[in-house]
Write a protein that binds this ligand. Structure first.
Ligand SMILES: [Zn+2]
Length: 105
């Protein structure tokens, strides 16, 4: 006894491009509209329910539609990314030293 209290506190990092998107209620409806959309588009904005025609329609450095709702989401994401950064750094510190913990002999 004694060595069983090893707490694994290191969680996997959330990828940088992970965006907490709220799934809209009419998601299926939007997908249907996207599917039925005859024009060229690289994606469908679930925020404003409009086709994303090309990558020029995306906010630079992101996969978010350049529309009012998209810009608001990106601004929010940028803020939480900063908070994420700080959290990741403190997690890295917590990870150090775990490698020396070797219960198998
Ligand atoms: Zn949009």
């Amino acid at each position: 006894m004694g060595s069983g209290s090893k707490a694994r506190r290191c969680r996997e990092r959330i990828p940088d491009d992970w965006v907490p998107v709220q799934v809209p209620k009419n998601l299926e409806e939007m997908y249907t509209r996207w599917k039925d959309y005859q024009g060229q588009c690289v994606g469908w904005c679930l925020l404003c329910d409009q086709p994303i025609v090309s990558e020029d329609d995306l906010l630079p450095g992101s996969s978010t539609h350049n529309c009012a709702a998209g810009r608001a989401l990106e601004a929010e994401h940028a803020q939480s990314a900063h908070a994420d950064d700080a959290a990741a750094q403190s997690q890295e510190v917590c990870c150090e030293g775990n490698e020396t913990d070797d219960p198998i002999s």
